[in-house]
Design a binder for this molecule. Structure first.
Ligand SMILES: Nc1nc2c(c(=O)[nH]1)N[C@H]1C(S)=C(S)[C@@H](COP(=O)(O)OP(=O)(O)OC[C@H]3O[C@@H](n4cnc5c(=O)[nH]c(N)nc54)[C@H](O)[C@@H]3O)O[C@H]1N2
Ligand SMILES: Nc1nc2c(c(=O)[nH]1)N[C@H]1C(S)=C(S)[C@@H](COP(=O)(O)OP(=O)(O)OC[C@H]3O[C@@H](n4cnc5c(=O)[nH]c(N)nc54)[C@H](O)[C@@H]3O)O[C@H]1N2
Ligand code: SF4
Ligand SMILES: [Mo]
Length: 801
């Protein structure tokens, strides 16, 4: 058993039963169906399970709360159009477990602050608003009216609107997101950080610069009809499971697949389609070639591929001439590529890279898919530009079966950005907002997530408002982030379930419980629906079938409108303060009928003309994308841009490893569904570090040994305690461990150039035997008040075996 020696969170997970077996070489199949059903029935019962899952991802139903993978066209959907992890995501929300006010009476904050995100989430749906009053030991119930008044008082009382931070997580609907950004800007700030800042921001930056729009250029049909698919830095078997069905379809038509990943992820190696009876028995080998790239080696690999295509003259000259700029500069760099450096950086041989390049050469239509393995490094923007170079070379944008396919995370993260959730929205968007609503939005860029932490930490920001999400656990440098949150005057979370961000609070705190997407929304006395956008720019409606978890829940739209009115009222009472424009906006109209919001969206957001009519069509509509639609590239030079990027090799000092932090099969970001990672052979625990067997030997470690992880940055040492060593096939010098447990190791200042995304996939660490030392290494730190940090306390090694 793991026994914490100091009171702190996370270690309360009992990992005494941790087991490690050989990793699986196939994803999905019958086990996936069984796991999904067992979990759902456990938490929802049989009837509710059936009622819920049959509406999931159907044209007249609700959009899956899991990932942003698109649905097939209506008419081509299965009755069970979801995956194991989609079922888990729905169950998490539709569970019958409840957190009632007596829960808060029974558990003081000091106790809750020691609990893990897993434990907190398992307690169930929050049923009523709750407040932590200044100096109080417990959260207590509060009426909505009083909660909004408190919020209004704080926000109207700030010296500057920029002292408030309005964070959004990517589950929020388009309607709620549009209202929220309107609120923030009418209040007077662009401080609209979102989970994108930690996710695909590098993609958005690189694509906007090179092709003129920060979104992917493919449809589901393109994926299914590609000749070749490069799946790079992504684990679809766990994180986008239905993507495997699309890959399977492509394969059946003769497509080839290259997987670029330090790990041999099960879904990429073999897939058993659970939707086909035959599929449950037979599997499909998905990847034709697996390149076990060294962590952060993709830039070098892509430069190698580009150089070879150039050398072999596998170049679409016509496309390059007509549609691109900067080819010659890029080609000059490619011709002088230092192959020994390419091999050293990528960990691959020239022969391996030639094999991949020849598959590209032989393909007339290639789709490039990527996710966090590419976006969360210091040089991620450069790497994605290199990927664009390779795509442009062969004219793989704006033709059938080809294109760029960044695979987004949260189900509506792309939609939220389209709706203006962005700390750096361009002037044309702000101009439209001004013209439509008659106030002057602020123009100065706001804080992104990392900058928000800094601002909260140094007092520039005093109120934190989280619209969904779990900021404290999601952001890097857990200890620094938690300290920053504790300095706030007020922290507020609009949530469905409890998480760590609710228990690491400012002086005062509010929890505002929202309806989930699976629930009937009767705001304004009518059945409301909302809209969302998937990873391929398809926008459609979503309407929940279930009775809400509690009669006190409010919709996210309602919460934003009420908050806006509360601030306007508080401001009127004071006679001054931020947010003068709030009183002039149509919040009552928005709340009464979300169509009123959609009408405004159609007049403000580019590509959303006739929005309400178009989303009412079955399957919705697809937003315009000039490179995809007409090979026009709205960049500064009106052409797609080749980028000449210097080759970089990430040097790791002797005795250290390069750690990537990833997801298990049993979590959705900081929401932990369970303690198993089936495809990687881990059962009953999460505090493991995967290391190459030769490195285990080289570092003098042993399989199963209890170790502590250390990272260093600017002379500060960061530590995460109590991990077990698991030998795992991957390139030498690399390691992997789960997020969020490893976030304490990632320095806040370690971010991607140009996108400011935390470098969650390249952390230089030392692995040392746990010393079992139970003395407090940081006497007097915040943990002593019981709201402690959690990663510094020690675990006795003998308690773990
Ligand atoms: N079930 C489930 N679904 C999810 C989520 C979830 O937590 N659970 N999260 C959602 C969200 S918000 C997101 S953003 C996506 C995340 O989806 P993914 O990006 O697939 O998620 P990660 O687990 O971070 O996996 C990163 C993958 O990249 C590989 N990788 C790491 N470093 C490198 C590298 O340097 N180069 C290359 N080529 N590969 C590398 C890892 O081995 C791993 O396979 O999934 C979404 N869907
Ligand atoms: N080390 C490391 N850190 C990472 C990453 C990594 O790979 N490694 N990945 C990053 C990525 S890609 C992302 S996207 C971020 C994720 O960051 P976030 O989006 O902030 O985190 P989530 O865990 O998705 O948020 C879960 C919480 O959202 C709330 N919630 C769930 N459903 C709803 C709803 O319908 N409405 C409302 N209002 N609230 C709801 C619940 O309270 C739940 O606890 O983390 C980032 N952090
Ligand atoms: S692939 Fe993603 S969106 Fe589709 S059912 Fe699974 S989790 Fe939900
Ligand atoms: Mo994400």
């Amino acid at each position: 058993m793991v026994r914490p020696l100091r009171k702190a969170p996370r270690h309360d997970i009992d990992e005494g039963d941790l087991q490690v077996t050989r990793e699986k070489h196939a994803a999905a199949g019958a086990t996936a169906v069984a796991v999904a059903m067992t979990r759902s029935i456990e938490q929802m019962g049989v009837l509710r399970t059936a009622q819920t899952l049959l509406k999931l991802n159907q044209a007249d139903g609700f959009d899956c709360q899991g990932c942003a993978w698109p649905d097939p066209e209506p008419g081509h959907r299965h009755a069970a159009e979801f995956c194991e992890n989609g079922a888990k995501a729905v169950t998490e929300e539709a569970t019958l477990r409840r957190v009632e006010p007596d829960f808060f009476a029974a558990h003081p904050l000091t106790e809750l602050a020691q609990k893990s995100d897993y434990w907190l989430g398992q307690q169930g749906r929050i049923t009523q608003p709750a407040v932590l009053r200044e100096g109080a030991t417990h959260y207590e119930a509060i009426s909505w009216e009083e909660a909004f008044a408190l919020l209004g008082k704080h926000l109207a009382g700030l010296d500057s609107p920029d002292e408030a931070v309005f964070y959004t997580s990517g589950k929020v609907s388009n309607e709620a997101a549009f209202a929220f950004q309107l609120f923030a800007r009418a209040y007077g700030t662009n401080n609209l950080p979102d989970c994108s800042n930690m996710c695909h921001e590098s993609t958005s930056v690189a694509l906007a610069e090179t092709i003129g729009i920060g979104k992917g250029s493919v449809s589901l049909h393109d994926v299914e009809t590609a000749e070749l698919l490069l799946v790079i830095g992504q684990n679809p078997g766990t994180n986008h499971p239905r993507m495997l069905s699309a890959l399977e379809k492509a394969k059946k038509r003769g497509a080839k697949i290259i997987a670029v990943n330090p790990l041999r992820e099960a879904g990429l190696v073999r897939f058993k389609n659970p939707q086909k009876v035959r599929g449950v028995i037979e599997g499909t080998a998905l990847a034709d070639l697996h390149l076990p790239v060294r962590v952060n080696g993709d830039l070098a690999l892509l430069q190698g591929i580009g150089a070879l295509l150039l050398e072999w003259d596998a170049v679409d000259r016509d496309f390059v001439e007509r549609h691109t700029a900067g080819f010659e500069e890029w080609a000059e760099h490619a011709r002088t590529l230092d192959w020994s450096e390419v091999e050293r950086a990528s960990g691959l041989t020239r022969a391996q890279i030639e094999e991949a390049a020849s598959m590209l050469r032989d393909s007339q239509a290639t789709v490039f898919c990527w996710a966090m393995g590419i976006t969360q490094h210091r040089n991620s923007v450069a790497t994605i530009k290199e990927l664009v170079n390779v795509a442009l070379l062969q004219g793989n944008i704006g033709k059938p079966g080809a294109g760029l396919c960044p695979v987004r995370g949260h189900s509506n993260v792309q939609g939220d950005r389209t709706m203006g959730i962005w700390e750096r929205s361009p002037d044309h968007f702000l101009d439209s907002l001004r013209d439509e609503f008659g106030f002057e939005p602020p123009r100065e860029h706001g804080f992104d997530t990392v900058e928000s932490v800094r601002a909260l930490g140094d007092g520039r920001a005093r109120v934190f408002f989280g619209f969904g999400g779990n900021f404290v656990s999601a952001v890097s440098d857990t200890e620094v982030t938690e300290e920053a949150m504790r300095r706030a005057d007020l922290t507020v979370h609009v949530s469905t379930k409890l998480n760590r961000s609710h228990v690491v609070t400012g002086r005062e705190a509010l929890i505002l419980p929202a309806l989930g997407r699976s629930e009937k929304d009767l705001t304004g006395g009518r059945e409301q629906r909302v809209t969302v956008e998937d990873s391929m720019s398809a926008v459609h409606a979503s309407k929940g079938p279930l009775k809400p978890a509690s009669p006190y829940l409010r919709s996210e739209v309602d919460i934003v409108c009420s908050m806006a009115q509360a601030v306007a009222t508080a401001r009127a009472a004071r006679g001054s303060g931020p947010g003068e424009a709030l009183a002039t906006l149509p919040w009552d109209e928005f709340r009464a009928d979300y169509s009123a919001i959609r009408h405004r969206i159609s007049r403000v957001v580019p590509g959303c003309e006739a929005y309400d009519e178009k989303v009412n069509q079955p399957g919705g509509f697809v937003l315009p994308h000039p490179p995809r639609d007409s090979r026009t590239f709205p960049t500064e030079v009106d052409a797609a841009i080749f980028s000449a990027v210097p080759l970089q090799v990430l040097e790791v000092p002797e005795g250290h490893l390069l750690l990537q932090t990833l997801r298990s099969h049993d979590q959705f970001n900081t929401t932990i569904y369970g303690l198993d990672d089936r495809y990687r052979g881990v059962k009953g625990g999460r505090r493991v570090v995967f290391v190459n067997p030769d490195d285990v030997e080289h570092l003098g470690l042993q399989e199963g040994q209890l170790v502590d992880l250390y990272s260093e940055w600017d002379g500060v040492q960061r530590q995460a305690c109590g991990f077990r060593v698991v030998t795992y096939d991957q390139p030498r010098g690399c390691a992997a461990a789960y997020y969020p447990e490893t976030n304490p190791l990632i320095p806040l200042d370690s971010v991607a150039e140009d996108s400011n995304t935390p470098t969650s996939k390249s952390v230089v660490i030392r692995v040392e035997p746990a010393d079992g030392d139970d003395t407090d290494p940081h006497p007097g730190d915040a943990a002593s008040d019981g709201r402690g940090v959690g990663e510094k306390e020690k675990v006795e090694p003998d308690q773990l075996s």
